[in-house]
Design a protein around this ligand. Structure first.
Ligand SMILES: Nc1ncnc2c1ncn2[C@@H]1O[C@H](COP(=O)(O)OP(=O)(O)OP(=O)(O)O)[C@@H](O)[C@H]1O
Ligand SMILES: [Mg+2]
Length: 297
C-alpha cells in the first residue's frame, strides 16, 4: 500500500481530511507511522499506531499531550486532534522544523538542552501509577544481559576492561538508582528535538514517565556521541546542577553508570547497523567511561 492509500484509509477511519501534500517522516522505529500532512491549511504531523504491541505507548503519548504537556516547563508540539479506538491511536500535532544534527550543535545549544532537561526534571513527579513504570534504561540495568554484552565487547579493544564491570552489573544499577526520581522524557535524543528559532520543541513522549535523572542525559550523550558529536559533558553537568538540587558527585557517578549501561547493554543490538569506524568510536567512549567508573569507585 502506498503512503497515499494508507493515509486516505486513516483519514476515513478518523473522519479527518488529511489534505493532499503528504510525506512519510523518517524514524518511527517504535512501530508508529509518522506523516507530514496539511490539515485546514496548516502544516501538521500525524502519528498513527495501529492495534498491537505499540498501542499502549501511543496511548501513553496521547495521555501526555492531554494532561502533562500543560505542566512541563518545556515546549512541546500542540495536540490539534486525536482519535483512539480498538483499531488505532492517532495524534495530529503542530509541525516544527527539525533541530540540527547533533554533530552541528555548538556549545550554547548543548548548554541550552542541559538547562531544558533540568527544567523538565523539575516537573512535579506525577502520582498516577500509569507514569511509574521503570524506564527502559533502568530496566536493562536491572536485568542486564551480561552474556550478550560480553559476547559483543569481548571482540573489541575494550575486552579486558569490560570483564570487571560485567562481574558486578548491579553496581551500575545501584549508582543510577542513588539519585531521586524525576519526571523524564525517556527517549531523549537529538532526533526527538525540534527547533523553532530560539526554542527547542520536545517531541515523542511515548516512554515519558518517572525514573532516575541520569537516564535522559546519558541517552542524549550516547546517541549524540555515536552520531559524531562531542557534547561538552562538564559544561552540561554544570548547567544541569545550577537548576537542580542534586549532589554533584552522585549525579556524575550516576551519569557514568547510565551511559555505561547504554553502551554495554543497549548498543550491541544496534552496532551491526553502524560502520566499523562508528563502532570503534563507541569502543573508545566505553574505555573512557570505564576509566571514569573505576576512578569514581
Ligand atoms: N511535531 C512534529 N513536527 C515536525 N516533525 C516531527 C514532529 N513530530 C515528529 N516529527 C519527526 O518525525 C520523527 C518521528 O516522530 P516520533 O519520534 O514522534 O516517532 P517515533 O515513532 O517514536 O520515532 P522513533 O521511534 O524513530 O523515535 C521525529 O524524529 C521527527 O523528525
Ligand atoms: Mg522518535
Amino acid at each position: 500500500m502506498t503512503a497515499e492509500d494508507e493515509l486516505a484509509g486513516i483519514g476515513r477511519a478518523v473522519g479527518w481530511d488529511l489534505g493532499a501534500e503528504r510525506e512519510v517522516l523518517a524514524g518511527a522505529a517504535s512501530g508508529s507511522r509518522v506523516y507530514r500532512v496539511r490539515v485546514d491549511g496548516m502544516d501538521a504531523v500525524l502519528k498513527v499506531t495501529t492495534a498491537g504491541p505499540g498501542q499502549s505507548a501511543a496511548r501513553r503519548e496521547l495521555r501526555f499531550y492531554q494532561t502533562l504537556a500543560r505542566q512541563v516547563p518545556v515546549t512541546t508540539p500542540a495536540l490539534l486532534r486525536h482519535a483512539d479506538d480498538d483499531n488505532l491511536t492517532a495524534i495530529l500535532l503542530s509541525a516544527h522544523p527539525p533541530a540540527l544534527p547533533a554533530r552541528d550543535w555548538d556549545l550554547p545549544a548543548w548548554r541550552r538542552v542541559a538547562r531544558e532537561v533540568a527544567d523538565l526534571h523539575s516537573t512535579p513527579v506525577p502520582e498516577q501509577s500509569s507514569w511509574l513504570d521503570t524506564p527502559w534504561l533502568q530496566q536493562i540495568l536491572d536485568r542486564s544481559s551480561v552474556d550478550s554484552a560480553g559476547a559483543y565487547w569481548s571482540r573489541t579493544e575494550a575486552a579486558h576492561r569490560v570483564d570487571r564491570v560485567l562481574e558486578k552489573p548491579e553496581a551500575l544499577a545501584a549508582a543510577v538508582a542513588a539519585t531521586e526520581d524525576r519526571f523524564l522524557h525517556g527517549d531523549c535524543h537529538v532526533g526527538n528535538l525540534l527547533g523553532d528559532g530560539s526554542r527547542l520543541v520536545w517531541a515523542d513522549w511515548q516512554v515519558a514517565g518517572v525514573g532516575k535523572p541520569a537516564v535522559d542525559l546519558a541517552f542524549l550523550w550516547s546517541r549524540a556521541h555515536a552520531d559524531g558529536a562531542e557534547p561538552p559533558y562538564a559544561a552540561m553537568v554544570d548547567e544541569y546542577l545550577a537548576r537542580s538540587e542534586i549532589d554533584k558527585a552522585a549525579l556524575q557517578r550516576s551519569l557514568i553508570a547510565a551511559e555505561l549501561g547504554v553502551l554495554l547493554f543497549g548498543w550491541p543490538a544496534f552496532a551491526a547497523h553502524r560502520t566499523q569506524a562508528e563502532r570503534d568510536r563507541l569502543t573508545r567512549r566505553l574505555i573512557q567511561l570505564i576509566e571514569g567508573w573505576n576512578r569514581s569507585a
